[in-house]
Structure formats: structure tokens, C-alpha cells
Design a binder for this molecule. Structure first.
Ligand code: BGC
Length: 939
């Protein structure tokens, strides 16, 4: 019986196999170029058939990965893509010969893998519920790279004394000749830099070096490289601009005319082998005084591999300070650390609009409102650039989410672009003259940002005079260079294609010249250029931030976090915690050991986000929340005498234990932030809510208070507040920010931060609900248009939990004496500004700072406009109880305008407007303590 069944099963299996193979023959898997896909371990399509048989024999197995292009011998580095016929499977691969199923060096396949030298790729596909595929193996033989010379050849003012040769293929040897003959494996073997004799240096004869690189692993020898060093005493160099009285523009033009086409192409194409661990660097042409620039991330501090720096509070939290001068100080501090390590240009600030709180990078950006984002960015840029370090505004434009960020096409109306997604770039350009802009990965209205005519043209219109670079891998086509784009990052290999594009007239050499002029203008401002630093070994040797910088920046970092903390709820003056000695710190993140949560590092608090904004810190420097509380004089309840914290999953008895043994509960709720993926929910988990409820009930039963600290990378839904007496947003506070949290809790600092986003009651009420892209979505229409953040919620107040601009204080403020220098504004006389003044008074018992927000509202507009818009803001100094400060705001006609899509221009309609000033954004909130005045705009 048993035997009989297996016989029929075998016949059945063979039939299925047959059918599968017939299907395969008639529908072979085609790769991108329409060639037959390659099955691993096979050399021809016959073997492909065999592989098919193998695959099909086990229906439970995932199909093996397929390589494209086919394994074989190639002259140049190639990009190999991997795919799998089993939908929904994940591919892992190794490049070091190890088993992709188990190896610790295996990587998940996300994008094409660059293969620059002979390599065996091993790959496996895995799908849940199925057996893993067979390991596919493919050998790509790549010709050894042509040797390179340092410094590079060409015409020299005076020849370099030493010339080093190198080859980017690991393990390759170089052979060279000095007499013009073709090098072979029998020629001089390169072992040390070639030293030119004194007479060679002074002679007017060219020095010729010819070289090849070889390797004994079956890779073909490199092509021959010829380096000619020709003396030219009247050579114009970029360093000539350092002479007094010379015309910079003219020198730059002449330097460009001295460059070879290859040098030009390489200068606009990053090198990215930074000696100081930066995200990228540029190509140097020493013969012309052109140095290599170091470009380092990022928005939360200087990120250099293998080097420590200060992690500042995340930008969203910095912006919550609404403190322009603070942002300028942070910029300067980042600039000092950058300079210390030899960084020329920072890849910050991040400036995208918080279109939706689920956007994976909102923690790296400033706000949902362009005016606030623009003011913060401009201040940071000024501070940074005053230190002689360049800023890069990124990611231009509309990189408002992460899902499919490198492919998605965002359809955005011109009005939404002009009113929401572009004004802050224009403002930062006007107020701070940033050195650089980084284009975003995404497309906007059909074109990649790196080649987007509309966006690149708009930059010019805003007066941008710096350099435009791509996000890492965000460059696609040479046409970018014809449209105002300057630098492909990280670049590395592939510049030859750009060279061909110029030779084939796809773009003109003049296009390159313009890009180079932009790069050189920026370069001329750097220390590296002014000091002509080519050897960076002194910088490369630094691994730790200098003690004096560290100490000074610690003070500023604590101040910054303190200014950004937002007090959301404070029932019955729960905070500050006065006359308490012992608190319970509850929540899994509070465990004060150094670890990674999601992809964000934590030590008793998630102190910074992951991805390119992650700063490398010395874990010993990071202050945990527990340590900070203890420093502030509060003892933290350890459970059962073990230094462990009560956390999610606690029982009623645990909560009761804590309530009996401490005087207040501090519950820490944490959410990491991460580039590359979007957030999935604004809700607390059931376990977190349960924890808050149990702790709330237990403490309230004995008349004690509960404080919830939101250590989160983005706004949260707060529907658990019945159990919390106080709620405090603390963001991702950076290396030292926990100290500031303790200062606010204990009343040493009075919180003065305000929300930079509207926090909805539930996410389903958000304007972009249902309109955030999925991971494979190809395009998205911004159907909410200009109604982003409070511009939407002002029409839907019922959806709001905490409004934009909202934040409590331990004191109260009132606004008086609103004065306008005139009550009419003439469109025909736009030059004369409108001057608005107001007095802000501290009417409470505690010294504090207030953020005054000025909104403009058009009354009876015939076209659909936001109810009101933020047009100015100011933060007072620390006001003692009873003290006043007079604030002045200057408005221009542009502040009353909307973008007219028909006219493609800003337009102001005559009519009645209101100016509202107060400490929040809702009209009811504004009117409770704030002031308003009317104004007539006339033709
Ligand atoms: C990020 C940029 C970053 C760059 C270099 C990219 O993935 O989007 O913000 O500057 O990497 O690290």
C-alpha cells in the first residue's frame, strides 16, 4: 500500500516537472536587456534547463537567485543585479566566498552590486514558509584597473618632486617604464614613489611614465597608462586667486581652460575614498591647486567613520526650540568639530517638510511649516559657514518619505511646491548663502531631482550660487550637467561614461565648465584649499574629538535640548518635581546599557537616530536618563535591589510596588528614527498603553503622579493621557541631552519648546492618511496639495490633539500693546515694510521664555487659502515674573501673497487681513492670551 502510493506520487511529480519545464522553455526568465536570465553554476542555457529541473523537483524550495549580467570576463567594473523567480523572496549574498546562508558578512540584496575586481558572488534566496534556495555562485573576472599616478600628470608650473603610482584593484602589482617603452611584467616593479632628479625638476623636458597593473588570479592585465608631466612655467593655477587684487572669476575661467577633459570629468564625479572617514570626497588636481574636498554627514552632528563627535539633539527637537540664535550656535559648534577633523563641507542641514509624521526621516528635518524650517536652516547655515565650513541643504526637494525613495515620482502642484516645498530653500539661500545643495533621490513631476529642470531652475531664481550635488547614488544621466547640476556623489567608478557623453555631444564641454566653476568657487572658500592640504594624514590620525571642544559642546548641547523640550500636559502642576527624592523610571528603553534599538543607539534613552544622521559617539560620554536624574538629586528606584527597570509587561503588583516605593513615576516611551524606511504607526503598542494604565492606576491610588516622557523620533498619538499627569516630548536628545531632561523635570529649566508639527488625535485623521507610499509604489500624488500640517488642521480642528506651535511652560504669558506702523498696505508700494510690535509679559511665578508666533489671515478670501499662515516668530529672553519684552516683526507684501498658478507668480489680493500673535497656532489658543489687529491691503 505504502509502496503503491509512492509510485503514483512519483508519476505525478514527473508530470508536474514536465509541465514546469515546458512553461520555462516557452517563458524563459528574461533579464532587463531581454537576454535569457542566468542560472547559477551553469555555463549555458542547457544547464539552465537542468537547473529548472532541479528547482521544480522540490516545490517547497525558493528559486535560486539569477545574476545579470552573466558571469564572464569584463574590461571594466560592472554592476551586477540579482533577482529571483519566487516572488516576495529576499536575497542574501557574499563577496568573500563565505556561505550566504550563514556568513556574518552576508548582505541583504537591495540594489545592484558594484564589482570592481575579480569576484565570486554567492547568493541565496529565502522566503518564509519555503525552503531556502540552493546557493548560486557566479565568477566575474574583471580586468585589473589601470594604474593611477599621484599627483596626476599634465602641465605643471614646476614638476612634482615625487610621483606615486597606485592601482585600485586590491593585491595588484605595478610595472613601469621611464623611457617611453611599453611596460611589461619584466619592466621596473613599482615599490616606492618615483623621485625626480634635481635636473629633471628644472628642465623644460617632459617626464613620461608608462605603467601596467597585473594580478595572478586569472584577471587580464590592466590596459597601459601613460603619465606625461610637462613643465609650463606660465601655468595659471587656482591658487592664483589667493594673490591680492586678482579677479577670481577670471582665474577660475583660465584654470578651467588649463584642465584636460578627463580632469574635468573626474572633478564633477566624486572619488569617495576619504582618508578621514567622511561620506565622500572629490577629485584633486594638484598641478592646478585643486584640492580634494571632504564631505561629511550630517544633520545631527559630524559623522565620520571611526571618529567620535558630539551627537546633538535631533533637528526636529532643535527646531522645537524656535530659537534662531541657538541654531546658529549649534551650526558654529558643528563647524568647529568639522574643521578639527578636516571636513570641508557638511551634508547638513536636512530641510524637508514634515508632510506626514510617518516619514522615516522627519527626525532629521525641522518642521511641517516652511517658514520655521527656513529660519532654522538659515541660522544653522550661518553658524556653520562662519567657521569656514560649507553647508549642504538637503534633500532638494520633497524627500518627505523613505518608501521607494529612489524611484518614486511625486506629483505635486506648482502651488504646493511654491507655497510648501520650496519657500524654505529660497529663504535659507537669501538669509545664509549656503555653499551647497544636495538633490533628493525621488522624482518630482516626472524628472529625477538631480536633473529636474523646474527645480534646478528655481534654485537659480532663488539666487543660489553654490554647488549642486546628488544624494548618494541619486544621479542618473549626463543631462543633469546641462541643467545646472555640478557633482555626482559618491561617484567612485563610472566617470568614463560621462567622458563618452561629452565626446558624443550628449552634453557639451561648456556644461562641464559651468559645473566646475561652481565647484571651484566653493572650493576657494575652504581651509583645505587656502592651505593647499593634499596630505591628510594629520587629520586622519585624529580619532577622538578634542577635550576642550567636547567640554564646551557638552554645555551647549544640554542647553539646546533644554530649549527643545516641549511640555504637552501638566495637570495640577505635576511638574516640576519639587521636594521629591525618589522616582521610579519605567520602560524597557530606560535600561542604562549601550545598545541599538531598531537602528538607533541607546543608553537608557534613545539618544540619536540611525542612518546617515547617526554620529559616532564614545559610549562612555553618553549620559543615560537614570544617571542624569541621579545627578539632579533624584534617586531612581531599582527593582528588587537589582538595577533593572520595570517595563512593558509589568504586573499590577509591580506597579503597586513602584507606587509604594517611589514618590513619582517617570515612564519612558521611545521610538527610533531611521533613514531608508518609513515609520509604521503613531500609536503606542498595547503593552505600552497597558504599562501606562497600570502605573497610572497604582500611583493615583496612593495620590502620586505619573509623568510620561516621549523619547520619540516623530509625533505620537496620545490617547492614553487619562493615566498621565504630565507628558513631555524630549525627542532624541543627543549625547548629553538626558541632563537637560532632568533639568526640566526638576525645574532647573523652565520648558519653552513648542511643537513643530500638529499631533493628530488619531492618524486616520491626518491629511495624508492613506496617501503615504508603499515600498514598491511608483508614483504618488500629493492630493492634500498646500493643506499640509496646520494648514489642513485649521479646517479640521476636531482632528487635533496638540496643535502646531503648542507647548506649555511652568509660567504664563500675556500679550499686549500690539502696534502696526500703519493699517493699510499698498500693493503699488511694496517696498515700504510693515512694522509690528508687541509686548510679551511673564504673568506667572517662574522665570521663563516664550515663543511668540505671528500668523496672517485673509478675511473673506475668494480662493481657497489656509485659514492663516505663520509669517514670523520670535523667542523672548528669559523673563522674570512680571517682566516684559517688546518684540518687533517686519512684514513685507510677500507675506500676504499666494502662488497664482495661472500667472506662475506670487499674487496678493486686496482686502482685509488679520495679524494674530500669540503662543500657539489655534485661533482659540491665540486669542486666550494673544492679540490681533486688522489691516487693509489696497491696490
Ligand atoms: C543620504 C544622505 C547622506 C548620504 C551620504 C544618503 O543615503 O540620503 O542624506 O548625506 O547618504 O551619507
Amino acid at each position: 500500500m505504502e509502496k503503491g502510493r509512492s509510485f503514483w506520487e512519483l508519476i505525478w511529480a514527473l508530470l508536474v516537472l514536465n509541465l514546469l519545464c515546458v512553461l520555462f522553455i516557452f517563458n524563459p526568465p528574461l533579464n532587463a536587456k531581454g537576454n535569457l536570465g542566468f542560472f547559477p553554476n551553469t555555463a549555458s542555457s542547457d544547464h539552465g534547463l537542468a537547473a529548472c529541473l532541479l528547482e521544480a523537483s522540490s516545490q517547497e524550495k525558493t528559486a535560486s537567485p539569477i545574476f545579470h549580467p552573466l558571469p564572464g570576463t569584463y574590461d571594466d567594473p560592472i554592476n551586477v543585479s540579482l533577482s529571483c523567480l519566487t516572488p516576495g523572496s529576499t536575497i542574501y549574498y557574499t563577496l568573500d566566498g563565505s556561505d550566504p546562508l550563514t556568513s556574518s558578512s552576508r548582505r541583504q540584496y537591495r540594489r545592484a552590486v558594484n564589482i570592481a575586481f575579480t569576484t565570486v558572488i554567492k547568493a541565496v534566496a529565502i522566503k518564509e514558509g519555503l525552503e531556502a534556495s540552493r546557493v548560486a555562485e557566479a565568477k566575474f573576472v574583471i580586468r585589473v584597473s589601470r594604474p593611477e599616478a599621484w599627483p596626476g600628470p599634465g602641465e605643471w608650473h614646476s614638476l612634482p618632486a615625487k610621483i606615486a603610482l597606485s592601482c585600485s584593484t586590491p593585491g595588484a602589482s605595478i610595472f613601469y617604464t621611464l623611457d617611453g617603452s611599453a611596460p611589461t611584467r619584466e619592466s621596473l616593479k613599482y615599490e616606492a614613489p618615483i623621485v625626480l632628479a634635481k635636473e629633471e625638476l628644472t628642465s623644460d623636458k617632459a617626464k613620461v611614465i608608462k605603467a601596467i597593473a597585473v594580478k595572478d588570479d586569472g584577471s587580464p592585465d590592466s590596459f597601459e597608462a601613460t603619465f606625461v608631466y610637462q613643465p609650463k612655467p606660465d601655468l595659471i593655477m587656482l591658487t592664483d586667486i589667493l594673490q591680492p587684487g586678482v579677479d577670481t572669476k577670471e582665474v577660475i575661467e583660465k584654470v578651467i581652460s588649463e584642465m584636460t577633459l578627463e580632469e574635468k570629468v573626474r572633478l564633477v564625479w566624486g572619488v569617495s575614498n576619504s582618508p578621514i572617514g567622511a561620506a565622500g570626497n572629490t577629485f584633486a588636481v594638484p598641478r592646478l591647486g585643486i584640492v580634494s574636498l571632504e564631505l561629511a554627514d550630517g544633520p545631527a552632528g559630524v559623522r565620520l567613520n571611526g571618529r567620535t563627535a558630539t551627537a546633538w539633539p535631533n533637528p526636529l527637537t532643535l527646531a522645537s526650540s524656535w530659537n534662531v540664535s541657538l541654531l546658529e550656535q549649534i551650526g558654529a559648534a558643528v563647524g568647529r568639530e568639522a574643521k578639527y577633523y578636516g571636513v570641508d563641507i557638511m551634508l547638513s542641514p536636512g530641510m524637508n517638510i514634515h508632510r506626514d509624521p510617518l516619514g522615516g526621516r522627519v527626525f532629521e528635518y525641522y518642521a511641517e511649516d516652511p517658514l520655521l524650517a527656513g529660519k532654522m536652516a538659515a541660522a544653522y547655515i550661518r553658524g556653520l559657514e562662519n567657521q569656514g565650513v560649507g553647508a549642504t541643504m538637503k534633500h532638494y526637494a520633497a524627500n518627505n518619505f523613505e518608501n521607494n525613495r529612489t524611484n518614486i515620482d511625486e506629483i505635486i502642484s506648482e502651488r504646493a511646491l511654491r507655497e510648501i516645498y520650496l519657500p524654505h530653500w529660497a529663504m535659507a539661500i537669501k538669509e545664509a548663502s549656503p555653499w551647497a545643495v544636495m538633490t533628493a533621490y525621488n522624482k518630482v513631476n516626472g524628472e529625477w531631482c538631480a536633473e529636474n529642470k523646474y527645480l534646478l531652475q528655481a534654485l537659480k531664481e532663488f539666487g543660489f550660487a553654490g554647488l549642486v550635488m546628488s544624494d548618494w547614488g541619486g544621479y542618473h544621466n549626463p543631462v543633469s550637467y546641462a541643467r545646472g547640476f555640478d557633482l555626482n556623489m559618491p561617484g567612485r567608478s563610472g566617470w568614463e561614461k560621462l567622458l563618452e557623453a561629452v565626446q558624443n555631444k550628449v552634453i557639451s564641454e561648456e556644461n562641464l565648465n559651468q559645473a566646475i566653476a561652481d565647484i571651484l568657487r566653493v572650493m576657494a572658500r575652504t581651509e583645505t584649499f587656502k592651505r593647499q592640504i593634499y596630505d591628510k594624514s594629520e587629520f586622519a590620525a585624529k580619532k577622538q574629538i578634542a577635550e576642550e571642544l567636547k567640554a564646551a559642546h557638552k554645555i551647549l548641547a544640554v542647553e539646546a535640548e533644554a530649549e527643545g523640550i516641549v511640555l504637552l500636559k501638566n495637570a495640577g502642576d505635576t511638574l516640576p518635581l519639587r521636594n521629591l527624592s525618589r522616582v521610579a523610571l519605567i520602560g524597557s528603553t530606560a535600561v542604562p546599557e549601550f545598545r541599538t534599538i531598531g537602528s538607533s543607539p541607546a543608553k537608557g534613552i534613545i539618544f540619536e537616530g540611525g542612518g546617515s544622521a547617526r554620529v559616532n559617539v564614545d559610549p562612555d560620554d553618553v549620559v543615560s536618563l537614570a544617571a542624569a536624574l541621579e545627578k539632579s538629586g533624584l534617586s531612581v528606584l531599582p527593582k528588587n535591589a537589582v538595577y533593572a527597570y520595570l517595563q512593558e509587561g509589568l504586573t499590577e503588583a509591580d506597579a503597586q510596588f513602584a507606587a509604594e516605593n517611589s514618590e513619582a513615576a517617570l515612564i519612558l516611551i521611545s521610538r527610533p528614527g531611521q533613514e531608508g524606511v518609513d515609520n509604521t504607526s503613531l500609536e503606542l503598542t498595547a503593552a505600552e498603553k497597558d504599562m501606562i494604565e497600570k502605573v497610572g492606576k497604582a500611583y493615583h491610588l496612593v495620590g502620586k503622579k505619573v509623568v510620561v516622557l516621549l523619547n520619540v523620533a516623530y509625533p505620537m498619538v496620545v490617547d492614553w493621557d487619562d493615566y498621565a499627569d504630565a507628558i513631555v516630548y524630549i525627542g532624541l536628545p543627543g549625547t548629553y541631552g538626558a541632563l537637560a531632561v532632568a533639568h526640566v523635570l526638576t525645574g532647573r529649566v523652565n520648558p519653552s519648546g513648542k511643537l513643530v508639527d500638529t499631533w493628530p488625535r488619531v492618524y486616520s485623521l491626518a491629511p495624508t492618511y492613506g496617501n503615504m507610499p508603499k515600498t514598491d509604489q511608483q508614483n504618488i500624488t500629493y492630493s492634500e496639495d498646500i493643506f499640509v500640517g496646520y494648514r489642513y488642521y485649521d479646517y479640521h480642528p476636531e482632528a487635533v490633539k496638540y496643535p502646531f506651535g503648542y507647548g506649555l511652560s511652568y509660567t504664563t504669558f500675556s500679550y499686549q500693546n500690539l502696534r502696526l506702523n500703519r493699517t493699510t498696505f499698498n500693493i503699488s508700494n511694496p517696498v515700504e515694510p510693515l512694522v509690528v510690535t508687541v509686548d510679551v509679559e511673564n504673568t506667572g511665578q517662574t522665570a521663563g521664555k516664550e515663543v511668540a508666533e505671528l500668523y496672517i489671515k485673509q478675511l473673506g478670501s475668494r480662493m481657497k487659502r489656509p485659514v492663516k499662515e505663520l509669517k514670523q516668530f520670535a523667542k523672548t529672553r528669559l523673563l522674570e515674573p512680571g517682566e516684559q519684552e517688546n518684540l518687533t516683526f517686519i512684514l513685507s507684501l510677500r507675506d500676504f501673497a499666494f502662488w497664482d498658478e495661472k500667472a506662475h507668480a506670487w499674487t496678493v489680493t486686496p482686502g482685509q487681513y488679520e495679524i494674530l500673535i500669540g503662543g500657539t497656532s489655534t485661533e482659540a489658543g491665540l486669542m486666550a492670551t494673544g492679540v490681533k489687529a486688522r489691516l487693509q491691503v489696497r491696490k
